[in-house]
Unconditional design. Structure first.
Length: 92
């Protein structure tokens, strides 16, 4: 889990704009919201769907879900890139 967040960009102080502070917890919440909105949840079928997408049997799209260690090894053997991201649950 990231311990801090740094965003680099142009200096807004010259424009008189206050610098926005983003706590690590808020950054994780925003990241989690982005994943929820932009990735289709395929649940425990992640490996199956990823392979079908890789083989051209399904439309390319962003997916998220869960895998077992064996499924992860199969994905690596197939040359399918994926990233494991812990998904914390936030209280609403």
């Amino acid at each position: 889990m990231p311990s801090s967040l740094t965003v680099m960009g142009r200096d807004n102080k010259a424009d008189g704009v206050k610098e926005m502070e983003l706590s690590p917890m808020r950054a994780l919440q925003l990241f989690n919201e982005y994943i929820d909105k932009n990735f289709h949840d395929v649940g425990d079928r992640f490996a199956e769907v990823a392979i079908r997408i890789h083989q051209g049997e399904e439309e390319k799209r962003n997916i998220r879900g869960t895998t077992t260690k064996d499924e992860e090894e199969t994905l690596r053997e197939e040359g399918i890139n994926f990233i494991k991201i812990p998904a914390p649950k936030f209280d609403s």
